[in-house]
Design a protein around this ligand. Structure first.
Ligand code: MLT
Length: 265
């Protein structure tokens, strides 16, 4: 597993394939293994880079809030290390918050965007309070309670009842997350900027993907991004919730491959 020093942490990442670079940014509270099927599907034609964000997977945590800007700077430093000046970004949920923060700071390094199950708007006051409570809970009790509470919101009821392998995969990712990493990310997400005004400044090809039954970042959030990002494409995946790349892998990969091949010309 490659690891590189970026800013004040050691960051782990996966790199596979050759060609135009595609960076995949995972959501909360997951890690880069979220993208295993996308790495496999894309690495035949692209150079795929999937980091563990700070505090997740095999990357180090830091004690202060892991802000979206900070995580975006970590990704920029990783790309510097890999001599990648510009890449297409694919991101799910919190990964999308990080990717919009990346676009705001380093627009010239973004060739195209894939925003899956995410939103541009910030937390409400209530959501911020809930993040603070969840951070305390993770630190005091570990990840099991958080995983149990999140699972039914991450997956459709059908996946929860009929696809135990996906339930286990998602639960295991959450249980492997370090409580201090989860707490830092929760505090960082609570502080994130409203990126709504950024959307109309996005000039790169953009694909927006969302599960029709996403209970965390509902279809309406994707529709709002689609309205504001000129020329963007919106794909709504039926029978999928928030982790749409795992629940509808084939359709998700198909949408990505089609978009990538069109946006490369
Ligand atoms: C995620 O999937 O990254 C998170 O659920 C996003 C969030 O909590 O806002």
């Amino acid at each position: 597993m490659p690891v590189v020093r970026v800013n004040d942490i050691q960051m782990a990442y996966t790199e596979a394939g050759a060609g135009r670079p595609v960076v995949l940014i995972h959501g909360y509270p997951f890690n880069r293994s979220l993208w295993n099927e996308q790495v496999a599907a894309l690495s035949g034609s692209y150079r795929v880079i999937a980091p563990d964000l700070r505090g997740f997977g095999e990357s180090d945590s830091s004690n202060e809030p892991a802000t979206m800007n900070r995580m975006a700077q970590d990704v920029a430093a990783l790309l510097d290390h890999l001599a990648v000046p510009r890449a297409t970004f694919g991101a799910l949920s919190m990964g999308g918050y990080v990717t919009l923060a990346f676009y705001k700071q380093f627009a010239s390094r973004v060739r195209a965007l894939i925003l899956a199950d995410t939103r541009a708007t910030p937390d409400t006051a209530e959501a911020k309070q809930n993040r603070a409570k969840q951070a305390e809970k993770a630190l005091a009790e570990g990840m099991a309670g958080i995983a149990d509470a999140m699972l039914p919101k991450l997956l459709t009821p059908e996946t929860v009842s009929k696809r135990p392998e996906i339930v286990k995969r998602v639960r295991d990712m959450m249980l492997k997350t370090k409580p201090e990493g989860a707490a830092a990310a929760l505090r960082g997400m609570a502080e994130r900027d409203d990126q709504t005004a950024l959307l109309s400044k996005i000039t790169v090809p953009t694909l927006i993907v969302v599960g029709a039954e996403d209970a965390i970042t509902p279809v309406a959030d994707s529709e709002k991004m689609h309205e504001r990002i000129a020329g963007s494409r919106l794909v709504v995946l039926q029978n999928a919730g928030h982790v749409s790349n795992l629940e509808r892998t084939e359709e998700f990969n198909e949408a990505l491959l089609e978009f990538l091949s069109e946006s490369s010309s």
